[in-house]
Design a protein around this ligand. Structure first.
Ligand code: GLN
Length: 544
């Protein structure tokens, strides 16, 4: 049940896409948290995929994974990194999922003969998603994906309009994120696109309470007045979201503009005490005055679209901050290493990461990068596919089994990495079939792992029992454990039943670790992930 005191903040976007609604929502949550409020963030995506799991990273960037195994929009990563609140399957929904539920209910006869319509059946399902599975939060921030005016977004706007009507305007706030473009030839900041976007929202019966305006410079008094008057928003609720050089500056920037005070004022919540933003100040100070650089090569496939590696990018930054360094990240397309020697790209880097991935393209280059890091004693972290490739590299180049590969794309290989069709989750058996559905059927979410003492990973974590998030279909084949050991690679982390290799290391190397899970998903600026901290520490030791 919803706490009758829980307040809902709906964040919509106008004018253009890519204004950073996710970051804006996460930052607003962070400053409300800094005032001692309990917050939760939710994302509603109007597209028709059931989840983003089957989409190419070029479509929507990284697929974020929650502990409970939901494949979700990458904005949930921002939410977790900024608020520290672990997201769940109840925090991310798409139109595909909403329609699937409605149609399932219809097939079960739950609507008792009614004609099924967008209003009320789809909108009720959206309202249910927003209002259910809450835990006494002070504020629930719901971000509506897309831009106001999109056909797909209309049921969401109708649903949040109804929630405001039902709960009352003192429990709901509408925040509209827009853009104030600066036209150099006119020397002016333009408010018209925002006015049009607000008119569009008003057509749907939504009156924004706050305009959060992306702008390159402070909003001149005249423009602020114009926006307030024409958009029907209090002048002090026209907030400038100025460009900043680092995303972790956003919460402080919003607080400076008075965004949290405006929210408190809207809800009639006292805000006499200032927000405690000291942890954000500390992070920004460390980012601004590093003790030097550390260069990290990320050898992957989607290097042209950094959104595809969003969490990884942030986790590397967190690891660098913890070591008081600036991360000089070199995104290297692995296919380049298939045309030229790895040395050209890797000879002067301090560490190498091969991240997760799917499919054969670029794998030969990844294997070359791993070979170079292994032979030249460069600290190396292989993540998921990167770990699988590291195992294949050792089997091919150290054990001499040229045919070693993964059955993901080489069905007749020596299957050191193979399709896993049965495993345990929370005491229950999970069963998959080779020709089953692709969506939502990988080994997903948090799984426990036991580490061997005296390993690099155990040293980094400071414990032997860990839990990390997974998203993969193939597994390193445990039957090769002895062959791997003989080739200098040890499986030092396993699932509790000992069947699934989770972490491999090379004891003959200063820091060579491969992990089947995605550590980057849990790293936060205030709680940098131990593996990234340790990788960068090893990189700095080698540099000395
Ligand atoms: N393609 C590999 C698998 O499915 C690795 C996936 C990943 O890196 N996330 O097992």
């Amino acid at each position: 049940m919803t706490n009758p005191k829980t307040k809902f903040i709906f964040i919509t976007g106008g004018v253009v896409s890519s204004l950073g609604k996710g970051l804006a929502s996460a930052s607003l949550a962070a400053i409300l948290q800094a005032r001692g409020f309990k917050v939760r963030l939710r994302k509603l995506d109007p597209y028709l995929n059931v989840d983003p799991g089957t989409m190419s990273p070029y479509q929507h960037g990284e697929v974020f994974v929650t502990d409970d195994g939901t494949e979700a929009d990458l904005d949930l990563g921002h939410y977790e990194r900024f608020s520290g609140v672990a997201a769940t399957k109840f925090d991310s929904v798409t139109s595909g999922k909403i329609y699937q539920r409605v149609i399932d209910k219809e097939r079960h006869g739950e609507y008792l003969g009614a004609t099924i319509q967008v209003v009320p059946h789809v909108t009720n399902e959206i309202k249910d998603f927003i209002l259910s599975h809450l835990d006494g939060e002070d504020f629930v921030l719901c971000e509506i994906g897309g831009t106001v005016g999109d056909i797909e977004g209309q049921p969401y706007l109708e649903a949040i309009r109804q929630i405001a009507y039902e709960l009352g305007r003192d429990r709901v706030m509408f925040v509209h994120l827009t853009l104030l473009p600066f036209i150099p030839t006119a020397g002016e900041m333009k408010t018209k696109p925002t006015q049009h976007s607000v008119k569009k929202l008003q057509e749907y019966g939504i009156q924004p309470d706050m305009l959060l305006c992306r702008a390159q410079m402070p909003i001149p008094e005249n423009e602020r007045r114009k926006l307030a008057l024409f958009c029907n928003v209090r002048e002090e609720n026209v907030i400038a979201a100025l460009d900043v050089s680092n995303i972790y500056q956003v919460p402080m920037a919003y607080a400076k503009e008075g965004m949290d005070r405006a929210v408190c004022r809207h809800f009639g919540v006292p805000c006499d005490k200032p927000a405690d933003l000291s942890k954000w100040e500390h992070i920004i100070e460390t980012i601004k005055s590093p003790e030097g650089d550390v260069s990290i090569a990320v050898v992957g496939k989607y290097t042209k679209l950094l959104e595809a590696y969003k969490s990884l990018h942030e986790a590397i930054k967190h690891g660098a901050i913890a070591n008081h360094r600036h991360a000089d990240i070199r995104w290297i397309d692995s296919e380049l290493l298939e045309q030229e020697p790895a040395e050209k790209y890797l000879k002067d880097v301090d560490a190498v990461i091969v991240p997760g991935g799917f499919g054969q393209r670029g794998t030969a280059g990844k294997i070359e990068a791993i070979r170079y890091a292994r032979e030249h004693q460069i600290p190396f972290l292989g993540i998921c596919f990167g770990m699988q490739m590291a195992v294949i590299e050792t089997m091919r180049h150290v054990a001499g089994i040229q045919n070693a590969n993964t059955t993901e794309f080489a069905p007749d290989c020596e299957p050191v990495v193979g399709l896993m069709t049965e495993w345990d989750k929370d005491g229950a058996k999970q069963i998959r079939h080779a020709d089953g559905d692709l969506g939502g059927t990988m080994r997903l979410g948090a799984y426990p792992c036991h580490l061997a003492p005296n390993s690099k990973a155990a040293e980094a974590y400071g414990t032997l029992d860990i839990s990390e998030r997974h998203r993969h279909r193939y597994e390193v084949n445990i039957t090769y454990e002895k062959a791997l050991h003989d080739a200098g690679m040890d499986i030092i982390g396993k699932s509790p039943d000992g069947k699934l290799p989770e972490v491999v290391e090379r004891p003959d190397h200063p820091w060579f670790v491969g992990v089947q899970f995605h550590p980057e998903l849990k790293s936060k600026p205030f709680a940098p992930h131990p593996l990234f901290v340790a990788l960068i520490k090893a990189a700095l030791t080698r540099k000395k």
